[in-house]
Design a binder for this molecule. Structure first.
Ligand SMILES: C[S@@+](CC[C@H](N)C(=O)[O-])C[C@H]1O[C@@H](n2cnc3c(N)ncnc32)[C@H](O)[C@@H]1O
Length: 302
């Protein structure tokens, strides 16, 4: 799109210049040759500058959104400040309490982990509790300053770069990762899915996640109730003050999915058959932290 805009704008500028020259030629009182030289001298650098400017914009847009200088580079840092990091451990205490005890085994994957800061904090808390933890963090993009892999006597945390959540089944196979108890996709692949590939990625992702969960394992996605007015004001304030979002500045994944499912009830039907859905909210947390928990129904129950 920016490339096409660049060509169209340059052609328009050339057209305007030639029309201008054409009309000036008809005026006798003007030294047309001199004026022609002046216009050409201005036009050439102007065209070069326009091409350069659009080139820069084009390059910026093509850059991956979460790259070091990408347009969403600061999103993660600012959201961690907004949400804090305590909630993720509390969430597991509420959803898989039997796994948060000394000596238990727990495997977790986050398929859209970005820098993996929440996950690193969670890893530490679980290790402190004596849980034997296997944690696998991945992201589609190459993320600057993501957490380092960790090997401890209580378990491991591994970060894998540039893996598409939609390919999680083949990625798990290749990396020899066994099915997990908990899978996070918070504001990640499923958030983008309704707008990509005509929405086909929604069911594709749910099917892939189903395949890499243990029977009874849970998929966790964000389910905050965020109003349109709230989003607009937070976006405006957030664009002025670059330190911390005053509140959520975009819809949650379930808000996006619910809209999509209205038009695609057959996808919802498949999900309802394969998962039990419940919601968990962290008490007295500002801003609201509410997650949708999709519990895999045992293969034999399907
Ligand atoms: C808004 S950030 C959310 C990061 C993190 N999940 C959180 O809640 O803070 C979106 C992340 O999802 C990742 N992402 C988007 N589509 C993805 C996909 N198909 N596979 C893996 N990661 C994806 C992006 O690269 C980005 O790091």
């Amino acid at each position: 799109m920016p490339y096409r805009m660049m060509v169209v704008c340059t052609l328009c500028m050339l057209l305007i210049a030639f029309l201008l020259l054409g009309s000036l030629r008809g005026m006798e009182s003007i030294d047309v040759d001199k004026l022609e030289t002046v216009i050409m001298m201005t036009l050439i650098p102007l065209s070069v500058a326009t091409i350069g400017m659009f080139g820069i914009i084009y390059k910026q847009i093509r850059k991956k959104a979460y790259d070091k200088n990408g347009r969403l580079a600061s999103w993660y840092r600012r959201t961690v400040k907004l949400m804090g990091t305590e909630w993720i451990f509390k969430l597991l205490e509420l959803t898989v309490p039997e796994k948060i005890v000394n000596g238990s085994q727990l495997s977790i994957a986050n398929v859209s982990a970005n820098k993996g800061i929440y996950d690193r904090v969670l890893f530490n808390s679980l290790v402190e509790k004596g849980v034997n933890i296997q944690m696998h963090l991945m992201d589609l993009e190459k993320i600057d300053k993501h957490v380092e892999s960790v090997q401890s006597e209580y378990g491991t945390l591994k970060y894998y770069e540039k893996l598409d959540a939609l390919e999680v089944v083949s990625n798990f196979e290749r990396l020899e990762i066994l099915p997990v108890d908990v899978l996070f996709d918070i504001k990640g692949c499923l958030w983008y899915a309704p707008k990509k590939n005509n929405g086909k990625n929604v069911l594709r992702a749910f099917k892939a996640y189903y395949d890499v969960l243990k029977p009874g394992g849970i998929l966790v996605i964000d389910a905050m109730d965020i109003g349109t007015f709230e989003i607009s004001t937070n976006k405006i304030i957030g664009s002025i003050i670059d330190c911390k979002y005053p509140g959520y500045a975009e819809k949650s994944t379930t808000q996006k999915l619910d809209k999509y499912f209205k038009a695609h009830p057959e996808d919802r039907a498949w999900i309802n058959e394969h998962f039990e859905l419940s919601y968990v909210e962290i008490e007295n947390h500002k801003p609201q932290i509410k997650m949708a928990i999709f519990k895999k129904v045992n293969d034999t129950q399907v």
